[in-house]
Design a protein around this ligand. Structure first.
Ligand code: NDP
Ligand code: MG
Length: 394
């Protein structure tokens, strides 16, 4: 078996670390082409020393000089590159077979799209990239012949519940509904009143998953599920109205597909991102991920209930943006990124997040998407609207 060369965009994050854990279990199958980091350079340094990728990418010249010197000193052959263009280069280089797209937020759009356009096997964790650029992203997949495999646990589950012809664009044949499960996050059993005073620390303490800060806040507000609804509609070619969100506190059933003949197919497993990562790395084969077997007897029960729209207005905002189409989802995403950052830095309260997003969506009429520059311009305008609102009110 020949070795596959892998680039991990966002190697220093939660998904990146889990990806390296799975890859390290299979040195005969995978070699690392590039690892990228942004602020956690100490983590990147240790990853380079352990995995010895050909390249590492960092954000600034100062980081690069310091890291390169330390790696040379330690006898590590990794060459250190700098900046956004280098991210695109290591995502699209000829020698690369697989790209894990695990940068968080809009910053991941260009390098993820570069990997898609270069026809790579793209493991998509960076849902924001697809939410922002939907139709353009999926068209690029078709044009280049890239193999797009979802890492988000729900989407990976849905992928596993669909016929294998999915890869040939036949996903929605016979599909009545997609049931997207949600843990409901750390605040699922609180009242609307309690939500006003929750802290970033509480929001980041997810009951079932250990994740980066931004997605943890998104899970607490259920914007994560809203972004996932948009993600699912693009990945599986289904209308937003066909996607139902169900709160499932145990996070054991990762999602379900309801077919027109009454069959409902689900994928189950322990909540550990190494399962979808290993699945997407090896697909259509299977790979040992290091995840312990699911013990259904100790899980004992599986609960399902509908989300409360008063508790989670972000879910409604995302559904409306999905239905409106055009640039709305890029506006939603940008405003959410600004609002989450403002919450994490203590500038606003948790319940201000949907207020900022709704205001930004109201300010910007939905336009039909022309090209990538149009999406990036929309992203900048939406951030400006959201930041202006923040300056006026806080
Ligand atoms: P983390 O915050 O843990 O990691 C984010 C990664 O992106 C880090 O490597 C970070 O570098 C890098 N990064 C941040 N900003 C920039 C930037 N401006 N330019 C380049 N790189 C940057 O996030 P997660 O790993 O939790 O999530 C990554 C993506 O995967 C998100 O889109 C998330 O929605 C998605 N996802 C995550 C899941 C999870 O379980 N964690 C589950 C499903 C989806 P550094 O750390 O060095 O600053
Ligand atoms: Mg998910």
């Amino acid at each position: 078996m020949s070795v596959s060369w892998v680039t991990v965009l966002g190697a220093t994050g939660s998904i990146g670390v889990n990806t390296l854990d799975v890859i390290a279990r299979h040195p005969e199958r995978y070699a690392l082409f590039a690892l990228t980091g942004h602020s956690r350079i100490d983590v990147l340094e240790n990853q380079c020393l352990t995995h010895r990728p050909r390249y590492a990418v960092v954000a600034s010249d100062e980081q690069a000089l310091a890291l390169q010197a330390r790696l040379l000193n330690a006898g590590c052959p990794t060459a250190v590159l700098v900046g956004a263009e280098s991210l695109e280069q290591v995502a699209s280089a000829e020698d690369v077979d697989v790209v894990m797209a695990a940068i968080v937020g809009a910053a991941g759009l260009r390098p993820t799209l570069a990997a898609v356009r270069a026809g790579k096997r793209v493991l998509l964790a960076n849902k924001e990239a697809l939410v922002m650029s939907g139709a353009l992203f999926m068209q690029a997949v078709k044009d280049s012949g890239a193999v797009l495999l979802p890492i988000d646990s729900e989407h990976n589950a849905i992928f596993q519940c669909l016929p294998v012809d999915y890869a040939r664009g036949m996903a929605s044949v016979g599909v009545r509904r997609i049931l997207l499960t949600a843990s409901g996050g750390p605040f699922r059993d609180m009242s609307v009143e309690d939500l006003k005073t929750v802290t970033p620390k509480q929001a980041c303490a997810h009951p079932n998953w250990s994740m980066g800060q931004k997605i943890s806040v998104d899970s607490a507000s259920m914007m994560n599920k809203g972004l996932e609804l948009i993600e699912a509609s693009w990945l599986f070619n289904v209308r937003p109205a066909q996607i139902e969100v169900v709160i499932h506190p145990q996070s054991v059933v990762h999602s379900l597909v309801d077919y027109i003949d009454g069959s409902v197919i689900a994928q189950l497993g322990n909540p550990d991102m190494r399962t979808p990562i290993a699945h997407a790395l090896a697909w259509p084969e299977r790979l040992d991920s290091g995840v312990s077997p699911l013990d259904l007897l100790s899980v004992a029960r599986l609960d399902f209930r509908p989300p409360d729209p008063k508790m989670f207005p972000c879910l409604r905002l995302a559904r409306e943006a999905a239905e409106s189409g055009g640039t709305s989802c890029a506006v939603l995403n940008a405003a959410n990124e600004v609002a989450v950052e403002a919450f994490l830095t203590g500038r606003i309260g948790f319940t201000d997040i949907p207020v900022i997003i709704e205001h930004t969506l109201d300010c910007m009429a939905s336009e039909s998407v022309q090209d990538l520059d149009h999406i990036l311009l929309t992203d900048r305008h939406a951030r400006k609207h959201a930041n202006d609102w923040l300056s006026r009110h806080f």
